[in-house]
Design a protein around this ligand. Structure first.
Ligand code: IPE
Ligand code: IPE
Ligand code: MG
Length: 246
């Protein structure tokens, strides 16, 4: 039986997205980059709604990378303000929808107000189970792996484990998404075909989907297109196609 005969890969459990292209979207319209970020937040809200409706149980969004601090001070501060306002504006609504919100990344670098808002949002939504929305903020994949390594090193030092006991399960328990299944589908908008230090360990077997559509233009049809492409992929995990078709 061929790949497209009747067998479709079932809907992804976990989708992760690099939401890229806000700046270029604004530039095309001769608007300041901040306008692109604002429009980007609206699309983010729609994306959450879309993926919840599609049965996705975990959605991980790259909101701010550990490298984004290198942007002009003004843009960083715009992004922080927007971050704060978006949480104030949407956390109640997302909570009512049954969405759990968690943050991954080093939050210590944020203002204390923002850290408080992050903690409040996590606490408010902690018991929800319709979908978990992971927001990667001041996140870097290498930072995440180093943290897991430090956790392991601590356990070794305290003689809680020995080196032979270090396996993928043990290692992953120190990652920020411990306990969450790995992403099935990785989406990057905005035309670049790179990972930009997003989830590194966790995308080992993710299906990669790159689109030139800029994030503020990533509408429902485009979201559906990503799911449709995903459903046509054959996930082989090292096996042959014939083994999977059986
Ligand atoms: C993504 O859009 C948003 C963040 C990185 C916060 P960009 O701001 O990177 O948009 P481009 O890539 O400059 O178009
Ligand atoms: C990745 O986008 C980070 C986020 C979307 C938050 P960037 O625009 O920062 O990535 P690079 O710099 O083009 O690799
Ligand atoms: Mg970019």
């Amino acid at each position: 039986m061929g790949l497209n005969d009747n067998q479709e890969t079932s809907a992804p459990q976990h989708v992760c997205i690099i939401m890229d292209g806000n700046g270029r979207w604004a530039r095309k319209r001769l608007m300041p980059r901040a306008m692109g970020h604002r429009k980007g937040v609206e699309i983010t809200r729609k994306a959450v709604e879309f993926f919840v409706g599609s049965g996705v149980k975990h959605l991980t969004l790259f909101a701010f990378s550990s490298e984004n601090w290198n942007r002009p001070k003004e843009e960083v501060s715009t992004l922080m303000d927007l971050f704060m306002h978006s949480l104030e504006k949407y956390s109640v609504e997302l909570n009512e929808k049954g969405i759990r919100i968690r943050f991954i990344g080093d939050r210590n670098a944020f203002s204390s107000d923002l850290q408080d808002q992050i903690a409040a949002t996590e606490a408010l939504t902690a018991d929800n189970d319709l979908m978990t929305l992971n927001i990667a903020a001041n996140y870097g994949g290498q930072w995440d792996i180093l943290n897991a390594l430090k956790t392991i090193a601590g356990k070794l030092q305290r003689n809680e484990i020995n080196a032979e006991q270090i396996d993928t399960v043990e290692f992953e328990s120190g990652l920020s998404l411990a306990g969450t299944p790995h992403p099935d589908l990785f989406i990057r908008t905005g035309g670049e075909q790179r990972i930009s230090n997003f989830l590194l360990w966790q995308i080992a077997y993710a299906e990669l989907y790159f689109t030139d559509i800029l994030w503020p233009d990533f509408n429902q049809d485009e979201m559906q297109k990503a799911l449709d492409v995903y459903s046509q992929r054959q996930r082989r995990y090292g096996k042959t196609g014939d083994q999977i078709d059986k």
